[in-house]
Design a protein around this ligand. Sequence first.
Ligand code: FES
Length: 258
Amino acid sequence: MKKFIHDLTVKSVEALSSKHVLLKLTSDSPLPTITPGQFVEVRVDHSPSTYLRRPISINLVDYQQNELWLLIAMIGDGTRQLGKLHVGDTLNCLYPLGNGFTLPTEPSENMLLVGGGVGVAPLLHLGHEIKERGGEPSFLLGARTKDDLLELDLFQQLGHVYVTTEDDSLGEKGFVTDHSVLKKEKFSRIATCGPKPMMMSVARYAHARGIECEVSLENKMACGLGACLCCVEKTTEGNLCVCKEGPVLNIKKLLWQI
Ligand code: FES
């Protein structure tokens, strides 16, 4: 797939919490087709300690509005700098990178999208594409507390949303894999993104029931193009670059102890 380096213009900046900001970017030319799960490497200007581009999941592509959404967790100098962008600023983006999630072949597929923390970001795009194809995705979203649940209203517009919080402030108490829906409903496919322990737990659930499951890995990255090898994951097919052959991998390829 062709890659682009564009200066995208910041159309809006919305604080979703004290640690998260949603950037909506736009371009003079039509955005390319982007598969849910693909990501952008952004160049962070005005941050002397941020030498390398930062990989950021694509939260949504709104082709009608020609908008690309990035949900940023402000956890370091680079991402904090991104949170200081203003409407009208430009952000240099290398995209679309990586492979993306497998989309359901039939609208009737009962697909579950499981996200934790800022890992929910690519699942909004995935849910949107499933709905566009006539499907109705289910979402299982977990966070430490209700204030850490991001974009809940947008997920609720796309399908059923099940929630867990560790402090019992919303939904069922505990982790995503504790949710009662996993005992009641039968899902044909699972896609997950979030903290590795959460994804391992989801992978264990799927593996035990023979459910197809893809995870979006968040290995450290630099070039984003398969050149520096800093993002390698050992798999059943040997070492794979998560930036190029991932970030989405079927759990059958992983050497995780699940
Ligand atoms: Fe350089 Fe993946 S980030 S090879």
